[in-house]
Design a protein around this ligand. Sequence first.
Ligand code: BDP
Length: 670
Amino acid sequence: MTIKLLTIGLLFSGLACESLSAEDGSRLWLRQDSTAQATINCKIQQSAPIEKAKEELKRTWSGKPVVLELNYDTEHKALGREGYTIKGDTDSVRLESAGETGLLYAAYHLLRLQATGADLSRLDIREKPAYDIRTLNHWDNPDGTVERGYAGQSLWEWDKLPDTISPRYEAYARANASIGINGTVLNNVNASPETLSSNNLTKVKALADVFRPYGIRVYLSVNFASPKALGKLLTADPLDKEVTEWWEKKTDEIYNLIPDFGGFLVKANSEGQPGPCDYGRTHAEGANMLARTLKPHGGIVMWRAFVYSPTDSDRAKQAYNEFKPLDGEFLDNVIVQVKNGPIDFQPREPYSPLFTAMPHSQLMAEFQITQEYLGHSNHLVFLAPMWKEFFGDVSHQSLRAIAGVSNIGDEANWCGHDFAQANWYAFGRLAWNPELTSEQIAEEWLAQTFCSDPRFVNPVKEMMLASHEAAVNYMMPLGLHHIFAWNHHYGPEPWCHIKGARPDWLPPYYHQAGKNGIGFDRSLTGSNAAAQYPDSLACLFNNPHTCPDEFLLWFHHLPWHFKMKDGQTLWNALCHKYEEGVLTTEKMQETWKAMEPYVDKERFSRIAERLSIQKNDAVWWKDACLLYFQTFSKMKLPKGIRKPEHKLKDLMKVKLPISNYERPTKDMLP
Ligand code: BDP
């Protein structure tokens, strides 16, 4: 944690906007080069992370001499192997750490200060990451597709590994290290058993070798039935001796190749994946069996709590019902990985009640960086404010680690949308220090990725900070959730009905709109999911007059005429929220238009085009939802709400020809 954080006052002596040559976005936030001959003093021999630190400083640093030193005094030992100090006076800057990776992080910190135009005359910084484990989760498949990925194909060229090493692997590691990410789960949680084949493991080793100098450990998602599918055993029962032995042998094989392998991520008994419950065992029994095999090697198990099945029980309650009774049963190298909300990465969710219900277990938060439910890489939605809302409710000290589902693919600009890079960046920065503000992160990212001129940074920062609320407003305001189109989750389909489909995958299950009103009753009179929260919160959520507006329809089914806190009817409030969402996207377009002088042509027009899609989509969402809900409310659109541009019957016919790993192109959209 930052003990003394130098406020980045953005003095704007940093990167000016003078170079407006075309940019494809591939350099991310690491675009600074320096022709100055920096003096770097470092006596430490033969250390890969330190070589990288020196390389980075030589490439970019243009200030006074830098001294890098390992220091094992009490201060630095307390900061750990990844923590560091930066101290600078008029003559030199000293980077010190008790670990080699700490020095690499210190170098990136110093370069960030330079790039953002911070005052470098006196430096006195101490840093220690909030979590030891800060991972990206890639949902990448062996065939090169990326589940819920909207930036092209997977970065990993499995068919060419281990012989061909793409230069992008190192660029990826460098970008992660520059923001403190120190772990990567390479493959989809819907894991193929082939992941653990000997052939595949040699490829994983090749990647691990590239990432190691940057302080990044590799992890794998594993299929719980691997002993059957790959090992040809008759069972995958975690209490079976042969099964345990199979895992032990596999684990030994992995560690022979990759001595610093991080461990396994497991999605078990969820959405059709195999797991211990197939054999009448609990999640704890399954997780602990794997944990025991990893323990001698120093590896961990990240066991996901994303479970639900098509029962009568409210989906929002199921993970808690299944995991809470297991609190205290997990071994000490198991971390239960919980999505931020109780359902599934919706535009806004209350926090998952598991975070305050398992005091005797190690928990980690899983955020989704890729915008499955937020307009894919077509919409500009800056996610730091959403993650900060989570940290506002869940104390970051109560967590053991943090994971983010990656938005990275093989497109030149990595993330599909140039501004989606900001979400990768923000995830890393918050995983290091959850106390940073969204504003500070946006400023840093903009200054490094574009330029530090306040005439650019200030308005664009405001646009970023307003973007998440805008998306909630034009998609699912007032606590509505999961009213997306079937499967690909792009665009509205509140009417969606698919014969034979699980009800809890269909929007009407969630919005419950009818002539009597709208919303999911999770209060005492309904599913009572509110009772899974601590009493003070449950009490607040239970009463529609005290429940925060942003969660009103998450916890309550209310009549269309329900009187809101500000006196207007629920129907009117809903209409105004949708309108507000559209208005903000229009404002975003205007803001961006005025930024033309500060941005290279290539990125300027690419972003402008995406903003126009976003605005059209916002209108589509507003029209679809209001016209559809109006068939129940039978109420007029209030004053101030612009007339719909579409007809409901036309919107109900829209079917986008995309799978769950593609973003739609403009010509497909209404
Ligand atoms: C849902 C996604 C699905 C993932 C699942 C998960 O729609 O593709 O496999 O989450 O997290 O959000 O396991």
